[in-house]
Design a protein around this ligand. Structure first.
Ligand SMILES: *Cc1c(COP(=O)(O)O)cnc(C)c1O
Length: 365
């Protein structure tokens, strides 16, 4: 049996006819930039997340960059983020003009360690950037308390957490702003690059609105130095069709994760009770990760590693002169983590096959 790491075709089959209607509707309207579809999607996505405002942008990376700029990040401003994340989180800080400050992650959850954040705060700290990794979440009550105590803003990187909740409240509603990605493989994915910023703050919303469209409210009247990063009208139409399916697709991910949890309990990562993960990724930690990965591959199961090199050890950040031991938890788990296949439409047979292989790997030792 073959099990791909991810297969987007089951989702596509479910909405295929509607996507064709979307395509026809956008072409009938002949309004390709910032039209009705973008307006409507922004309203619908804000309502889904439980946030007042949404600005559709070109990608998750752009959502992070524009949000940081809206929050006033610039020269000499430090932004605290976990070293164990996708590179875009840190690249966005640099592109916004700030300085990324890495912190380690919690050993049980692999989410940003709030105690490490507390230790990294200084007078230059402008923003704390928690990443809700794998569809789970950073402990937001502790982080909010810390940020309030120091008067520091929070930008949530919710690019992997569409619909995840902490004490019943959705990812993206805790911080001053949040960034979402609609990269095709994300829990809510477009058919190309796309992203969004959400916020409850009318001033930050206005800033983001200006920044993503050449710094203009009125055409050719440029109030500030903006850029061009707008959600595409066609992608907005597709996302409007897919959004009503998001909860059911997340439910399917949870169903798969539960089966993995039961069978692979000793290798699972901890998810605290107050968090409802949407399992963007299902990650296990295993002492013989490389051997297990090779064994699964030989038997037709694709896996990936998220992420194989923590940011403090990436070549592009070598100028920061970090040593591997500086962030021991990230360093340790980088060698142990493995992401198993999980996607809406994965069959019971495929789930059982992955589990069976991992169990037979154990037994053959
Ligand atoms: C996907 C992702 C991004 C970037 O989103 P793009 O839409 O690919 O630019 C940023 N942060 C995290 C944690 C992500 O998973």
């Amino acid at each position: 049996m073959k099990v791909p790491f991810v297969d987007l075709s089951p989702q596509y089959q479910e909405v295929k006819a509607e996507l064709q209607d979307d395509f026809d509707r956008v072409f009938a309207a002949q309004h390709f930039i910032l039209g009705n579809e973008v307006d409507e999607f922004e309203k619908e996505f804000a309502a889904y997340i439980g946030s007042k405002y949404c600005v559709g942008v070109g990608s998750g990376t752009d959502a992070l960059i524009l949000a940081l700029k809206a929050m006033g990040v610039g020269e000499n401003d430090e932004v605290i983020l976990p070293t164990h994340t996708f590179v875009a989180t840190a690249l966005a800080v640099i592109e916004a003009g700030g300085t990324p400050v890495f912190v380690d992650v919690d050993e049980a959850t692999l989410q940003m360690d709030v105690n490490a954040v507390a230790a990294a705060i200084n007078n230059n700290t402008k923003v704390i950037l928690p990443v809700h990794l794998y569809g789970s979440m950073v402990p937001m009550d502790q982080l909010m308390q810390l940020a309030e105590k120091h008067g520091i803003q929070i930008l949530e990187d919710a690019c992997q957490a569409h619909g995840a909740t902490y004490s019943g409240k959705k990812a993206g509603t805790f911080g001053n702003m949040a960034a979402f990605s609609f990269y095709p493989g994300k829990n809510l994915g477009a058919y190309g690059d796309a992203g969004a910023i959400v916020t409850n703050d009318p001033e930050l919303y206005e800033q983001a609105k200006l920044l993503h469209n050449y710094g203009q409210k009125k055409k050719y009247h440029h109030e500030m130095l903006g850029k061009n990063s707008r959600l595409d009208e066609l992608q907005a139409a597709f996302l409007r069709t897919k959004l009503p399916h998001l909860d059911s697709w997340n439910q399917q991910r949870k169903y798969i994760a539960q089966k993995y949890d039961v069978a692979l309990g000793e290798y699972r990562l901890s998810i605290p009770d107050e968090i409802e993960s949407v399992y963007h990724l299902y990650v296990i930690q295993h002492p013989e990760r490389d051997e297990l990965q090779a064994y699964l591959q030989e038997n037709g199961v694709d896996t990936l590693i998220h992420y194989p090199i923590p940011l403090h050890m990436q070549q592009c950040f070598s100028y920061m002169n970090h040593s591997p031991e500086e962030f021991p938890v990230a360093q340790k788990y980088t060698a142990r983590i493995l992401s198993l296949p999980i996607y809406p439409g994965m069959t019971d047979e495929q789930i059982a096959y992955v589990i069976e292989l991992i169990q037979s790997f154990e037994n053959e030792k």
